[in-house]
Design a protein around this ligand. Structure first.
Ligand code: ZN
Length: 426
């Protein structure tokens, strides 16, 4: 597995975390600018009002300030203290009102009295604030002053993509959502890992498959990308969304719609051989942008890799998903798993044994000597398996699965056999 120091990933997560992001606006641009320092991103804009599939790109939302002043004139809440304090996409408001009228606009979590919830109001014009239950309970009766100084005006929906050309125009898509403010695991972890993957694969001298790393606002970003890339979308042969990859939960691979795509098998193989605790679950049409890619009009084979699962851990979509919730070690582990999945897809292939009648004599061709020069476990068995299954219809991943060997050993065996003239691409 390819190593990247977890500290480097955590440092990027830390830069991305305290930005008041939403689906549009300066927060997204700032985020993409930071990601551009790691990955070769191209920025794409779609104007507000544009029709994208069944959706319309909303007005751009930009926030200057948002706060609440108590009856004594002191600020009881300020979005500067925590980006989750404001309901994302709140419409502008300037008002004085009694606590009883303010209350319907305040959101807290009675079951988690110290956590601020994350709330959005993208497609329904309203405003609101989020706070801890303890803060809410401590608010005295009286008149409050509320300020949301935000603009909702014609602008752009923005995403970033890094495209790394390969020998084939068949593509691998890696997609991370970039719209959540002040949440470290969801999805600064996914953004940071995707950006570093792009950097790592951009540095390779050659790639078999074209790779596309997409950093887009959740739902509307993926929908707009699909709308603007209908032709190109058909080239996506493998894909995964990355989310919640810095927490301490075991890995979960959420399968593509079909569940049997090459990326489903690649993820299963890498996770199984990693020895790390994990589970494989079937596709369902909620979660993150895999649901757009797998919609019936596209059915792109896109799965999702995560640790903590969507909506299933207490820190999810609350202020408890902070920088201490994600660790360098877990980020590094997640990066290694993602990297291995992508390497496998890049290195997979079908071959034909050029001496299929009986077993070729390996000693005479110097292959046993060649084996002595490596320390790859299982390489000799891998060679016999590759020779046996290379009838043009089995891929190297088929070989690895059937032989119960690590994919890199099978790939190394195939390379040796290619060098010694025993194998040819099918
Ligand atoms: Zn989320």
């Amino acid at each position: 597995m390819a190593d990247l120091p977890g500290e480097e990933l955590h440092a990027l997560v830390s830069r991305l975390y305290p930005i008041t992001r939403s689906i549009t606006g300066q927060g997204v641009r700032q985020t993409l600018e930071i990601l551009s320092s790691v990955a070769p991103l191209r920025i794409v804009e779609v104007p507000s009002g544009a029709e994208v599939l069944d959706w319309t790109v909303p007005p751009e939302w930009n926030l200057r300030e948002a706060w609440i002043r108590g009856p004594d004139g002191k600020r009881v809440l300020d979005v500067r203290d925590h980006g989750l304090h404001l309901v994302s996409y709140s419409v502008p408001v300037r008002a004085r009102l009694p606590l009883s009228q303010l209350r319907p606009h305040l959101h807290a979590l009675p079951g988690q009295p110290d956590a601020i919830p994350y709330r959005t109001s993208y497609y329904e014009p309203s405003w609101g604030f989020c706070l801890t239950q303890r803060q809410l309970d401590s608010l005295p009766e009286g008149e409050y002053e509320v300020c949301v100084d935000a603009s909702l005006s014609p602008g752009q929906l923005v995403w970033g993509e890094a495209v790394l050309p390969g020998e084939s125009d068949e593509e691998v898509l890696v997609s991370a959502h970039v719209c959540h403010p002040w949440l470290a695991d969801d999805n600064c972890s996914g953004m940071a890992i995707a950006a570093h993957l792009a950097r790592r694969f951009a540095a390779l001298p050659r790639r078999r498959l074209t790779m596309r790393f997409l950093f887009a606002p959740g739902t509307i970003g993926a929908i707009a990308w699909l709308a603007r890339n209908r032709e190109r979308a058909d080239r996506v042969r493998h894909g995964m969304t990355l989310t919640c990859l810095g927490d301490a939960h075991p890995f979960t691979w959420k399968r593509s719609f079909a569940g049997t795509a090459e990326i489903d098998r690649a993820a299963r193989h890498v996770l199984a051989r990693s020895g790390l605790p994990h589970q494989l679950i079937d596709f369902f049409p909620y979660g993150y942008d895999e649901r757009q890619y797998n919609s019936p009009g596209f059915r792109l084979p896109v799965g999702s890799l995560m640790r903590g699962r969507h909506g299933q851990f207490p820190e999810y979509h609350t202020s408890a998903d902070d920088l201490s919730f994600v660790s360098p070690a877990r980020l590094a582990e997640s990066f290694a798993v993602c990297s291995s999945i992508l390497e496998l897809l890049q290195a997979n292939g079908r071959y034909r044994n050029l001496h299929p009648d009986g077993e070729p004599q390996l000693g005479r061709r110097g292959l046993y000597r060649a084996l002595g020069g490596t320390d790859i476990p299982g390489l000799q068995f891998a060679m016999l398996w590759v020779l046996n299954l290379s009838d043009g219809s089995h891929s190297l991943l088929d070989v690895a699965e059937r032989a119960g060997l690590d994919f890199p050993a099978v790939r190394a065996a195939a390379d040796l056999l290619l060098q010694h003239g025993l194998l040819a691409p099918a």
